[in-house]
Design a protein around this ligand. Sequence first.
Ligand code: XLS
Ligand code: NI
Ligand code: NI
Length: 444
Amino acid sequence: MAFTGEATKQAFPDIPVIRYEGPSTTNMLAFRHYDPDAIVEGRPMREHLRFAVSYWHTFRGTGSDPFGAPTMVRPWEQGGDPLAAAISRTAVAFEFLEKLGIEYYCFHDRDVAPEGATLAESNNYLDTVAAELKRHQDRTGIKLLWGTANLFSHPRYVHGAATSCNAEVFAYAAAQVKKAIETTRALGGAGYVFWGGREGYQCLWNTDMKREIDHLARFMHMAVDYAKEIGFSGQFYFEPKPREPTKHQYDYDCAACINFLRANGLEQYVKMNIETNHATLAGHEMQHELEYAGMQGFLGSIDANTGDTLVGWDTDQFPTNIYLTTQIMYTILKYGGLAPGGINFDAKVRRESFEPVDLFHAHIGGMDAFARGLKIAAAMRADGSIQRLLEERYASWSAPLGKRIESGSETFRSLEAEMLAKGEAAACRSGRQELFENLLNTYF
Ligand code: XLS
Ligand code: NI
Ligand code: NI
C-alpha cells in the first residue's frame, strides 16, 4: 500500500511508510517478519492476519490512569470545537494506517464522533464524521473490520445499558446501537461487536440477575432483527470480559457467552470476539478461549493484546510474546482462519510511551510478533510432529472399542461386560508434557 498523503500537513512527518526489510535489518521502523504478500499455507500473510487498528486506544487514548493525568503528546490535538477536531483526526488516523500498511480499523461510535447534547445531535455528529471516514476509505482502500457502540462512558450507563434497571436507559442504548449498526453498514463494515462494558453487577443483593440477562438477550435479538431489516450482512460478535469495570460481567468468558447465545437462540447469528487480556482476567489462557470457541464453530475475531503478569488490570498492552502469538496462530490455522474477522490491536501504548513514534513501534512489534507466530505455526503444521504425538496419545479411541463408544454403539451394560471380562483397563501411558513443550521450542 502506498501512502497517498492527502493531508497537507502530515501528523507524522518524520515517519516513512513502514516496509518489510527482513530479519537482518537494523531499522526499527521496518518489519522483520510481516511481509504482507509472502505466501504461508497458500495464502498471503495479509489475508491470514487481517490486522486492524483500534481507533479508541490509538487515536483517543490519553494515557490517564486512576492515579494520574493524561500524558500523551499528540500535536494534532489542538482542542477547540470537538466536531472539527474529530474530523481532522480522521486524516491522522488514515495517515497512520497507510504508513503501516494496515488495511482495517475498528471504532466505537463515541470515539470517532463526540457525544452531543441530545441523541439527535449525537447522531448528526456521527453522520458527519462517518462521511469523512467513508471518504478516506474510498481514497485509500482501507476498510472497517467492525464497529461498536460505547455503552459505558456516559453517566446514563451507570447501571449498565441493556442490563440497566432503568428501562429508558435500555431504550436509549437500543437507539444508540441502531445508529451504530447503520453507520457500520454505511461504511461497509465486515462486523459488529457487542461488548457492553457495564453489563454485570457490583452487588448481587440489588440485582435481579435473571431479568438482566433476559434483557441482554432481548437486546441482541433486536439488533439481529434490525440488521436483517436494513440488510446489514456483517458478522455479529460477542466479546467476553469477566470483570472490570463491574466485579462480575455476564459475558465472563467464551463458555458463559456461548451458553448465553445458545440458551437464547442467538447461536446462528453471533460468534466470539476473543481478547487475550480478557481471557487471562477470566483465569484462562488465550489458547484455551480460542480452542473452546473454535471447536464449537464460534471463533470469529480476536482483540490482540496482552496483560502484565504482575498487574491485575486489563492493561491492554501490545503483544510481543512470540510464544503467545504462535499459540494464537496455530489455533486460528487449525480452525480455518478468521475471515471475515481479523486481528484487531485492542491495545494501548503505555502511559510512559507518550510520543507519536511509540504508536508506530507498538504496532510494528505487534504485527511482527503475529507474523512470526504465523510462520512458526505453519512450520509446526507442515512438519506435523506435535499433531502425530497428539494422535498417538488418543490412539485407543481409533481402536475398535474407542470407535464403538464414539459412534454410540456401546452402553453402560456392554462396557461393564467388557471390563468384567478384562478385569482391569489397559495401562495408561505418559502424557509427555515436557516432550510436547520441548518439541514446540524446536520451531522457534
Ligand atoms: C474493553 C473492550 C473493548 C471492546 C470493544 O475492555 O476490549 O475495547 O473491544 O468495545
Ligand atoms: Ni476488546
Ligand atoms: Ni481489554
